[in-house]
Design a protein around this ligand. Sequence first.
Ligand code: ADP
Length: 497
Amino acid sequence: MKLNTGMNDRFAYRAYQMMHPDTKADRIARSRAIAKILSGGGIGLALSTWLCFRFGVGLTVAAFVYLIEILLLSLMNCLVCSAIFSVIAVGCLDFFFTLPIFSFRVNSVQDVAALVAFLTTSLVVTSLVHRARQLSEFHRKQAQLLDLTRDSVMVRDMDDVITYWNNGAEALYGWKKEEVLGKVADSVLRTRFPVALGDIKESLFATGRWEGELINTRRDGLQAAVETRWALLRNDQGRPIATLETSTDITERKRKEEALHHVARLTTAGELGASLAHELAQPLCEITAYTTASLRWLDRDAPNLEEALTCLRRVVNESKRLAELFRRVRMLAKRTPPQMTRLEINEVVNDVIPLVQREVLNHSVTLKTKLATGLPVVLGDRIQLAQVMTNLIMNGIQAMVNVEDRARELLIELRRSDEGSVIVAVQDSGKGIDAENASKLFEPFFTTKPEGMGVGLSICRSIVRAHGGELRAMNNAGYSATFEFSLPSITGNAPEE
Ligand code: ADP
């Protein structure tokens, strides 16, 4: 086996050693052990022969004494030694305990049958003990192998009680094996599931597997994000008996992803900056104008309260508009951990439209929406989904900047797929996707724009996938492109918070 200094290879080598204990040192140790068993067993056999003979016990009792001795020897895990002692014991029984004694001749057929029965029993028992020991040794080594992986491995029975917990799980969650074995997994880990637990179990029972991301709580109270793989274990009759759960710690990766998402949101907010400034300035001008007017209505010899009130009501309306705009901008710029809630996707579109409205007008784009009614509810992070939509809309607008010979149209369509998920499609009338770029669009840092960062689509895809959906890009007939993503609808119970 080739050895490297790399961590993985060291693990692999230790694993290899465990399964193949055949080094020179192992062989020497084993020979010594056999020599000890042979000499110890030989002394024991001689002693018991002397005792049995001295006390004049019969063939049956002597055979039992030998059988017990051979059984004890077979526990030493040396099949050859036990076989040798079985043959020697038959010889002793024949020589000392069957007539004529002190001779290997046997007179009665019964004695021959007894000796054959002894030899058979002794060999069968020895080999059974040997097999049982080998099996338990094999299982012990397999369990040790599972301890070598840095992933956490846990087995839960059908009542969710933990029956196996490896070293990786100890390191990740901080709970020792003896502290968690026999406890209900949820009481230890307080797991937060991405979708309803009922849906997860349904898929596990249907396919035998489930994969996803979970948030578990560690012993110190901190949260650990894990990428987990569940496999259902069934008995020979096909009845589910346990779930094997292997999890990889992705807390650090998630933290970096979140930071990157935040940067991307800030970039989007930056791209929108000029239009947003305009959008915010407008209600401010209105507020100033209406306040001045109301002051004028009041600052008369005969104040006109009616007109002043009308102006002040307009001030209130414009202030509300301003506050709402600020809320949406803050939503994009704020750094918050993802929060999965039940969402009507129309609401997210309504969040996004005011933010891109000015950009749409500045680029002479006509924004159309086709929002279906009665769409299923989805489970998602409102800010992340708004970010995905904003990115797709901004890309669509930018893809149309050079379009002069046709209308610049952007269509946001919401519909339900045949499988019941919600589809959000953003269709532009731009130049479409170049064939040579099609496979690279979602790669991080791929951009064809002079000022582009090339992270928008890759982040959008990772967000959509984390929601259990998929983001696709396609060219439409003639020109123009459509970017659409799907989100699974909530069918079962409310998600576990
Ligand atoms: P960026 O916008 O910074 O370039 P993205 O990841 O959002 O980064 O986009 C990557 C590339 O995908 C863009 O540079 C562009 O070439 C292509 N692309 C994105 N949206 C469209 C679209 N609606 N039509 C045509 N090409 C697009």
